[in-house]
Design a protein around this ligand. Structure first.
Ligand code: SF4
Length: 57
């Protein structure tokens, strides 16, 4: 499977507030090497860094 921005450590997802609840958006921003808009399905670029897996407590 090809990597995408969704699993990159530099991707920050955006949220939409609807009433009192937040819904995840398909877009967000990338902050490396500079801030730009990206979507979860945007193909990974050469700066891609896989997110570290969350540790289960
Ligand atoms: S544009 Fe590149 S560095 Fe930014 S989130 Fe996507 S894969 Fe990661």
């Amino acid at each position: 499977m090809e990597s995408s921005c969704e699993t990159c450590a530099y991707f920050v997802r955006h949220y939409i507030k609807i009433g009192e609840k937040y819904k995840t958006a398909s877009g967000g921003h990338c902050f490396y090497p500079r801030i730009k808009l990206r979507f979860e399905d945007t193909p990974a670029c050469d700066h891609y860094q896989a997110q570290e897996k969350q540790k289960a407590d």
